[in-house]
Design a protein around this ligand. Structure first.
Ligand code: FAD
Length: 478
């Protein structure tokens, strides 16, 4: 009789789950577990939306397992408790899916060796990405630094076997029969959330499928163009689901490859552009795995001693959406209220912080990490280092986003700005991209800059010149 623990982590779903499939297939009895890591929780704000999201997903899995006569064992402690649970349930092995963050790799190594001393096996599988670690290398057996080359190699290598489904749902009968135990409510962690309705519980995973079906049916066909305009909601909004594994990346790639094969012209191109975004995701995962120094240091080590400025007031204004640049401020309001920010605006706001205020990109990276529902160390670090020009395949330092031009181009009617900055609700769009140039006109709408909306905290032309001068000097003395 083979017994095993299945440990859910960033793969919060029962279907098409690689490690879960192997675990159920190779064992007679499987005990599923989830651990709320109190060490991580204690570092988060009390009402962290991500913890709430995870809570719903875990509750959803538990409910599905209860319908099978089993249960999810939910533990509140630290990741190392998995060793105690393995002992308590007297299992031969622990199964889980791989996690590529350096601290998680370290944690898993420790757990593997602690289990090894007890003669309990530890098996981990690739599930989060299509290609991981060193699966895609240059001819010199080096990891790729340049996205386009990585993408071409990724596409060349892709075969249907890479996105096969693992039909774990069909094997659910192998879960051990367990009496359902109640799960602590969110407020046990100190979160204000009582009386959670059943409908809300199953929302998280169903939401992923719903979003993807909707996206495939319409939005993906126009993605190439619509993705650039924050007010169009033209992207998939799947990032949070990919972060927590409430949808399988293999299913997504499988469906998109099939869809693309059936399309032609612009629609096919749109589909391919979206697939390229998913390849960015794999790209940054392999960067993080192969160059773990990026967690704390610039990818390009020549930037280690770049003279970042000290500007706490500027940083605070940026965080609070008070820079006086409406597109930047609206974007920060989107982040602060929804826990999401459109990709173009992530680039615009990052460039503003780093290049126009010369604030260390790591401060912005940390702020995004705190606020983003879809926060993923690899993509967030990659995005920030790209914007700071310190990363692999980053934009050159002299390329500095102009927030006025970006606003005119990507929110010409000011629809996005007005949504998040209601003070401008009645103001014609032409005054919104650089409001300080229209102070008299704004007074007609009852808006006095400096009172109802901030004056710009930096002068773009001057700040850009200054950034370039600092950069040139830095490169000269290097
Ligand atoms: P879609 O446009 O529908 O794209 C589909 C999927 O592709 C996304 O869900 C995401 O998984 C992936 N993807 C798209 N663009 C990128 C990219 N540039 N890098 C890596 N993966 C990508 N993405 C995160 O998932 N987590 C983060 O913490 C994160 N931080 C970022 C920080 C900065 C400064 C920047 C510039 C980008 C960051 N991104 C991050 C990438 C991107 O902005 C988001 O993935 C995207 O906006 C999510 O919206 P969506 O799901 O509608 O994307």
């Amino acid at each position: 009789m083979r017994r095993a623990l299945f440990w859910f982590r960033r793969d919060l779903r029962l279907e098409d789950n690689c490690a879960l499939y192997h675990c159920l297939k190779e064992n007679d009895q499987v005990i599923p577990i989830f651990i709320f890591d109190q060490e991580i929780l204690s570092g988060l704000p009390k009402q962290d939306k991500r913890v709430e999201f995870i809570w719903y997903c875990v509750q959803n899995i538990k409910k599905q397992l209860n319908e099978q006569g089993s249960d999810l064992v939910v533990n509140y402690g630290t990741a190392l408790d998995v060793v105690e649970l393995a002992k308590r349930f007297n299992v031969n092995a622990v199964y889980c899916n791989e996690d590529y963050e350096p601290s998680s790799i370290n944690r898993d190594d420790n757990i593997k060796s602690a289990l090894g001393q007890l003669k309990i096996a530890f098996y981990s599988y690739k599930d989060t990405v299509i290609f991981a670690k060193k699966e895609i290398l240059t001819q010199q057996d080096e990891p790729y630094h340049v996205y386009t080359h990585y993408k071409n190699a990724w596409r060349k290598r892709l075969e249907s076997a890479d996105y096969l489904s693992y039909p774990s749902l069909k094997l659910l009968g192998n879960f051990e029969r367990l009496d359902p135990a109640p799960m602590r409510a969110l407020d046990h962690f100190g979160f204000v959330e009582a009386g959670i309705a059943d409908a809300k519980i199953s929302k998280a995973t169903r939401h992923a499928e719903f979003l993807f079906e909707q996206f495939k049916a319409h939005k993906i066909l126009l993605y190439k163009n619509d993705r650039e305009f924050p007010s169009l909601n033209g992207t998939s909004f799947l990032s949070v689901h990919l972060r927590f594994g409430t949808i399988s990346i293999r299913k997504i790639v499988r469906d998109v490859v099939r869809l693309s094969q059936a399309l032609t012209g612009d629609q096919k191109e749109s589909c391919e552009v979206w697939l390229n975004e998913l390849i960015w995701r794999d790209f940054y995962f392999q960067i993080l795995f192969n160059y773990p120094h990026v967690v704390t240091l610039p990818f390009k080590k020549q930037y280690i001693d770049f003279p970042w400025g000290d500007n706490p007031a500027g940083f605070e204004a940026w965080c609070n959406g008070q820079t006086g640049y409406p597109l930047v401020d609206a974007a920060m309001m989107q982040l602060n209220t929804l826990g999401f920010m459109h990709n173009r605006l992530r680039m615009v706001t990052a460039s503003f912080l780093i290049k126009l205020m010369l604030i260390d990109y790591r401060l912005g990276e940390r702020y995004f990490a705190l606020k983003l529902l879809d926060f993923d160390l690899s993509a967030n670090n990659g995005g920030w280092q790209w914007s700071a020009s310190t990363g692999c395949d980053a934009q050159p330092f002299f390329r500095i986003f102009n927030p006025m031009t970006q606003s005119q181009k990507f929110d010409p009617m000011g629809i996005f700005i007005k949504k998040y900055l209601p003070v401008f609700a009645d103001v014609p769009a032409k005054f919104l991209h650089a409001p300080w140039q229209y102070q008299a006109e704004l007074l007609h709408y009852g808006i006095e800059l400096g009172r109802d909306y901030p004056l710009p905290i930096v002068d773009y032309v001057h700040a850009r010149k200054h950034a370039l001068a600092v950069f040139e000097h830095f490169m000269m003395v290097k």
